[in-house]
Design a protein around this ligand. Structure first.
Ligand SMILES: *[C@@H]1O[C@H](CO)[C@@H](O)[C@H](O)[C@H]1NC(C)=O
Ligand SMILES: *[C@@H]1O[C@H](CO)[C@@H](O)[C@H](O)[C@H]1NC(C)=O
Length: 421
C-alpha cells in the first residue's frame, strides 16, 4: 500500500495525514523509511481521549507532548485537544497549549474538564480561532490575565461557561478584529449588566442555560457592525441595543416552557431585521410590525393563530417556513388551529412567493393553511410541503388533495417531500 501512496505528491500526502487523527498519522511512521518523519510535517494536530481507562491518561498526555516536541512544521493550523477524563490536571493542559502556541497555532479547539491557559496564549500573534468547551461546570477555573493582545483572533466560541463573565470581557477587549462571538453561559453570577462593546463584531450568539437563577440584568449591545444575532435558552435579561443599523438577520430560540415577557421585548427590539427564525417562543402581546421582514421561519409552534399574526405584521414577507416539530411532542389537536385572517394579509397580495410547511402524521386539519395560502397569495411561486412520518398511503392522499386545491397564482408549483424519523 505504501508504495502506491508514495507516488502521490508530497503536498497531498501531508494533506491526507493532516486529516487523520494525529495518533494514526504518527503510526504511519512504521510504514517505511520514507514515512518515518513525514508525519512531523502535518499542519493539523487532532487529539481525542475518552478517559475510559483513567490509568492511561498520563501516557496520553506524554504522547501529545512528544508529538508537539517533534513537530517540524513552521505553523500548526489546528490544535484540537478533546479530553473527557476528569482526572486530567489543568497544568498539563496549559503546558500542551503553550507548546502549540510556540508552533504558531492558528486554531485552538480545547475540550477539557479542567482548564487553565498559559500566559503565552493571550498574546499569541497567529491565533485566528479559539474554541473552548468546558466539560463539567464546577471545574471552570481559568483566569484571564489583565494584558491580552490577540491581533488576529476573529472567532471565539465558548461553551458551558460558568465562571466570572469578567474573564470573558477581558479576553474580548484584547481582540481588535473580533468578528464572531458565541458564548454559552451555564451559570449566572450576580455581576450587574453585561456590556458587549465590540466595534468589529458581525455575528453574536448568546445562550443562557441557567433555569433557576433569577438575576435580572441588562445585556447592552454596543455592536454597530452586527449583522446577525442569536439569542437562546432562558431569558432573564433585558436587551438594550444601541445601534442595529447593520443587522440583517436574527434567531431566537427559547427552552421549552421557559417563556416570559422578555422574549417579546427582545422581538420588539429587533423588529427591523430582514431574516428571522423563531423557535418555541410564544407571545401574549400583539406583535409589532416588521417593516423589512423578507424571510421568516417559525419552528415548533403549536398555535396557528400566531402564524396569522405574523402574516399580518410582515407586509414585505417573501418567504415563510413553518416547521411543525411540536406535533411530535404534544397532543395533536383534532381540529385545525389555523385562524383565517379577516383580510388577506398585505404580503400575500404583493410579495409572498415561497412557502415551506411541514405536515406531520395526525395533523389532518393542517391542510387548511396551505389551502388558504394557495387560494389567496397572488404572486406565489413555490409551495413545498414536507410530510413528516407519513405512511405511503397517507402521503398519496395528501398529495392528491394538495394538487386539487384551487390556486390563485397561475405560476405556482407544488413540491412534496417526505421526511421520516
Ligand atoms: C436570509 O434568508 C434567506 C432565505 O432563507 C437566505 O438565503 C439568506 O442568505 C439570508 N440572509 C441572511 C443575511 O441571513
Ligand atoms: C413587495 O412588493 C412591492 C410591490 O410589488 C415592491 O414594491 C416591494 O419592493 C416588494 N418588497 C420586497 C422586499 O421585495
Amino acid at each position: 500500500m505504501s508504495s502506491r501512496l508514495n507516488r502521490l505528491p508530497e503536498v497531498i500526502l501531508l494533506h491526507i495525514l493532516s486529516l487523520m487523527p494525529t495518533k494514526s498519522a504518527v503510526q504511519t511512521s512504521i510504514l517505511s523509511k520514507s514515512w518515518r518523519y513525514r508525519w512531523t510535517l502535518v499542519t493539523n494536530l487532532d487529539f481525542y481521549y475518552n478517559g475510559r481507562h483513567p490509568s492511561d491518561e498520563r501516557s496520553f498526555i506524554k504522547f501529545v507532548a512528544r508529538v508537539l516536541n517533534s513537530c517540524k512544521t513552521s505553523q500548526v493550523k489546528l490544535f484540537r485537544l478533546h479530553l473527557l477524563c476528569p482526572q486530567v490536571r489543568s497544568l498539563c493542559v496549559s503546558k500542551l497549549i503553550d507548546k502549540a502556541v510556540r508552533l504558531n497555532v492558528h486554531e485552538l479547539d480545547i475540550v477539557s474538564p479542567k482548564l487553565d491557559f498559559p500566559l503565552s496564549m493571550f498574546t499569541c500573534k497567529t491565533l485566528t480561532k479559539l474554541r473552548i468547551r468546558h466539560k463539567f461546570n464546577h471545574y471552570n477555573n481559568w483566569v484571564c490575565p489583565s494584558y491580552v493582545y490577540l491581533p488576529c483572533l476573529k472567532t471565539i466560541d465558548i461553551a458551558r461557561y460558568s465562571s466570572s463573565i469578567i474573564n470573558v470581557f477581558k479576553l474580548i477587549h484584547g481582540c481588535p478584529v473580533l468578528e464572531s462571538l458565541s458564548l454559552e453561559i451555564a451559570k449566572r453570577n450576580n455581576e450587574g449588566d453585561y456590556l458587549f462593546n465590540i466595534p468589529t463584531l458581525k455575528r453574536l450568539k448568546l445562550i443562557f442555560r441557567s433555569r433557576t437563577n433569577n438575576v435580572i440584568n441588562k445585556v447592552v449591545l454596543r455592536v454597530p457592525n452586527l449583522e446577525y444575532l442569536f439569542v437562546g435558552g432562558v431569558l432573564h435579561s433585558l436587551f438594550v441595543m444601541e445601534d442595529l443599523s447593520s443587522m440583517v438577520g436574527a434567531s431566537i430560540a427559547c427552552y421549552k416552557g421557559m417563556v416570559n415577557d422578555m422574549w417579546f421585548e427582545l422581538l420588539n427590539e429587533i423588529r427591523g431585521v430582514q431574516n428571522l427564525s423563531i423557535q418555541d417562543v410564544q407571545f401574549t402581546s400583539a406583535l409589532p410590525t416588521f417593516p423589512n421582514m423578507e424571510h421568516l421561519e417559525l419552528k415548533g409552534f403549536s398555535q396557528h393563530g400566531l402564524i396569522t399574526q405574523f402574516l399580518d405584521s410582515c407586509p414585505e414577507l417573501k418567504s415563510l417556513c413553518i416547521d411543525e416539530v411540536v406535533g411530535r411532542f404534544f397532543k395533536k389537536p383534532k381540529q385545525s388551529s389555523w385562524i383565517e385572517p379577516k383580510l388577506v394579509p398585505a404580503c400575500m397580495l404583493t410579495n409572498l412567493t415561497t412557502i415551506k410547511c411541514s405536515i406531520s402524521r395526525g395533523w389532518k386539519c393542517d391542510i387548511k393553511f396551505p389551502e388558504y395560502v394557495l387560494g389567496n397569495a397572488e404572486v406565489l411561486k413555490t409551495v413545498t410541503i414536507i410530510g413528516e412520518n407519513l405512511c405511503l398511503e397517507e402521503e398519496n392522499r395528501l398529495c392528491a388533495k394538495l394538487l386539487e386545491l384551487p390556486r390563485v397564482s397561475r405560476h405556482c408549483k407544488i413540491h412534496f417531500r417526505s421526511w421520516k424519523k
